[in-house]
Design a binder for this molecule. Structure first.
Ligand code: AMP
Length: 431
C-alpha cells in the first residue's frame, strides 16, 4: 500500500497535477482502436505467412542492446537504461530485433524460426510529430536461413500490409550492405572521400566520420546532402556472392510486382546490418520522419549475442507513423461503432441491470445510464448514445412483465414485448 494517500478536492481539480512525460501520449479512442485494428491486420498477414508471435519483455540486460553497436545513436544516446533494485543494469527496448536474437540464443527453437511481434519501443529521441519516446512497432524476423528469396518474401509481407491498410504513397528503397568482409575496403574508400570533403560537412558529421564513416550516410542534415550524394557506394564493393544474392532479391521483387528503387546510400541506423537493407517512406509525412518502416539482414547479430552463427533478417514498421501517413491519405479511417442497444430503466428492482447483463451475455452491445435518473433524462442519453434500439422499463412494464422496444433512429414507434422474448426480438432487429 502507498504510504501517502492523496486527498482530492473535487472543486480544485480543474488542473491536473501530472502530464504524460515528453514524447509520450495517451492513446485514446479513436486512435487506440485504430492501433488495435492495425496490429490485428499485421498479425493476420504474418500468421498467414507462417510466423508465430513472440512477446519478449520490454526491458532486457543492457548488454543485449549495447551489442547492436555502440556507435549508433539508438545505443549511444537514446537508450532508456537504468539499474534496478537488485543492481542489474537494464534498458527498455529501443527495438525488438535484439530481443528476438537474444531469445533465439537462449531457447534455440527449430530452424528457420519465423516470428512476429507488436508493442512499444522506447528511445530518448527529440520529440516531435511522428517522433516519440514511446512508440509502437509491428515487425517480423526470420532466423536460420540466408536464402535471398526470404528477403523478398519479408519485403513483400510488409508491402502487403501497407496495401491492406490502404496506404498508397509508400516508396520502397533497397540496398545491399554486402558482407562484413566487403566492408573494410569500402570503409577505406568512404573514409578517404569524406576526409577530403570534410570542409563541406556539418560539424556533427565531421565528428561521426572519425568513429563510424558509414553513419555519415545516415545524416539527414541538408548541409551534408551534396557530399553524401557523391560518396562511393557499397554496391561497387560487393563480393560475388553478395552481388548474386542482391540480384536474386531484386529479381524476386520484380517478379512479385513490388515496386522499388535501389538506394545505394541507404545504410540505416544500426551497425548490425549485412546484405539486404530496405526502408519504406511515406510521401505524406515530413521528410525527417517519413520512414514508416525498415529492416534488413543481420547475419552476425545472433552470434554477437552468444548464439550460434545463424543468419537473420527482419523488419519493423512504425505504427504511429503508419497511422499519420494514413491520415495524410485519408485511408484506414476510424471505425465508429456505437453501442446497439440502450437500456432505460426506472424500476426500483434489478430489472435494468439484469437486462443489460442478458444482452451482453448474448453478444449484443448494450449500455445504460447510471444514478437512477428520470425516464426523460435517460431517454435523452439513449438518443445521444447512437444506439439504434432503446429497451424501456418503467414500473408499468415491470408489473406487466414486458419491455418497451423503441427504434431510436428513424422515429420508429414503440412496441411492448414479453420479457422472455426480448433477446430474440433485439437480434431480429439488428443487422
Ligand atoms: P528503425 O529501427 O529505426 O528503423 O525503426 C523502425 C520504424 O519504427 C521506423 O521506420 C519508424 O516508422 C518507427 N520509429 C522509429 N523511431 C521512432 C520514434 N522515435 N517515434 C515514432 N516512430 C519511430
Amino acid at each position: 500500500m502507498l504510504a501517502v494517500r492523496y486527498q482530492y478536492d473535487r472543486a480544485t481539480m480543474a488542473r491536473s497535477d501530472f502530464q504524460t512525460p515528453p514524447g509520450t501520449r495517451d492513446l485514446t479512442e479513436p486512435t487506440s482502436s485504430r492501433v488495435r485494428r492495425l496490429v490485428a491486420l499485421f498479425a493476420e498477414e504474418a500468421e498467414r505467412a507462417g510466423f508465430g508471435q513472440i512477446v519478449p519483455p520490454m526491458f532486457e540486460d543492457v548488454g543485449v542492446f549495447v551489442r547492436l553497436g555502440e556507435s549508433s545513436d539508438v545505443v549511444a544516446k537514446e537508450l532508456y537504461s537504468f539499474t534496478d533494485k537488485g543492481g542489474r543494469d537494464l534498458a527498455l527496448r529501443p527495438e525488438f530485433t535484439a530481443s528476438v536474437c537474444r531469445s533465439f540464443a537462449q531457447t534455440r527453437p527449430l530452424l528457420p524460426w519465423k516470428t512476429w511481434y507488436s508493442g512499444p519501443s522506447f528511445r530518448y529521441d527529440k520529440p516531435q510529430k511522428g517522433r516519440y519516446r514511446q512508440f509502437d512497432q509491428v515487425g517480423a524476423e526470420v532466423i536460420g536461413s540466408d536464402d535471398p528469396d526470404l528477403d523478398t518474401e519479408l519485403i513483400a509481407l510488409a508491402w502487403r500490409f501497407f496495401a491492406k491498410v490502404g496506404l498508397r504513397d509508400v516508396a520502397l528503397s533497397v540496398n545491399s550492405l554486402g558482407d562484413f568482409a566487403d566492408r573494410p575496403a569500402y570503409l577505406d574508400a568512404l573514409g578517404a572521400y569524406l576526409r577530403s570533403n570534410a570542409d563541406a560537412l556539418s560539424e556533427q558529421s565531421r565528428a561521426t566520420m572519425a568513429t563510424n564513416p558509414l553513419r555519415v550516410l545516415d545524416s539527414k542534415r541538408p548541409q551534408d546532402a551534396a557530399v553524401i550524394a557523391e560518396a562511393p557506394i557499397l554496391l561497387d564493393f560487393l563480393s560475388e556472392s553478395a552481388a548474386v544474392a542482391f540480384e536474386r532479391v531484386t529479381a524476386g521483387l520484380k517478379a512479385l510486382g513490388v515496386p522499388f528503387q535501389v538506394a545505394p546510400r541507404l545504410v540505416r541506423g544500426l551497425d548490425y546490418y549485412t546484405r539486404t537493407t530496405f526502408e519504406f517512406a511515406a510521401s505524406g509525412l515530413d521528410a525527417a520522419q517519413n520512414a514508416v518502416g525498415g529492416g534488413g539482414r543481420y547475419d552476425g547479430l545472433v552470434e554477437a549475442l552468444g548464439g550460434p552463427p545463424e543468419p537473420g533478417i527482419g523488419f519493423a514498421l512504425g505504427v504511429d507513423r503508419t497511422l499519420l501517413a494514413c491520415d495524410a491519405e485519408a485511408s484506414f479511417p476510424a471505425e465508429r461503432r456505437p453501442i446497439d442497444v440502450w437500456v432505460v430503466s426506472t424500476t426500483a428492482g434489478t430489472e435494468g441491470i439484469e437486462l443489460v447483463e442478458a444482452l451482453r451475455n448474448d453478444g449484443i452491445r448494450a449500455d445504460r445510464a447510471y444514478g437512477g435518473r428520470s425516464m426523460k433524462a435517460q431517454m435523452k442519453v439513449a438518443d445521444r448514445s447512437g444506439a439504434s434500439i432503446a429497451l424501456i422499463m418503467g414500473e408499468d412494464e415491470a408489473a406487466a412483465g414486458t419491455v418497451a422496444v423503441r427504434m431510436l433512429r428513424d422515429g420508429g414507434g414503440q412496441e411492448p414485448i414479453d420479457r422472455s422474448r426480448v433477446l430474440e426480438k433485439v437480434r431480429s432487429l439488428l443487422p
